[in-house]
Design a protein. Structure first.
Length: 97
């Protein structure tokens, strides 16, 4: 996979980074190296290899999902640094301000 300038710009936007040209090139090199490691892993023959089990014999136990009352709105908002008309106010993440 080629890491193009367009891809690097997109990654910067998604991550909220503003990189210098030197930082951008260093990150591009790092990403290329990481991707090459994954490509190497895909070359391995894993036929007959059992899935990894980190804790043999231990299984995940889920609690029963029972409905219950939610937190009242005023209680949920009492420690919010900013609120407006009963809602949390947070910085914009996507789009233009």
């Amino acid at each position: 996979m080629e890491i193009t300038d367009a891809l690097m710009r997109r990654l910067e936007v998604l991550a909220g980074f503003e990189l210098s040209p030197e930082e951008r090139e260093a990150l591009r090199d790092d990403l290329a190296r990481i991707l090459s490691y994954f490509q190497k892993l895909q070359e391995l023959d894993t036929e007959g290899v059992p899935p990894f089990e980190p804790l043999p014999g231990v299984r995940n136990v889920f609690r029963e999902d029972k409905p219950r009352d939610s937190l009242p709105q005023h209680e949920a908002l009492k420690n919010a640094p900013r609120r407006d008309d009963g809602y949390f106010v947070v910085p914009r993440v996507f789009g233009e301000p």
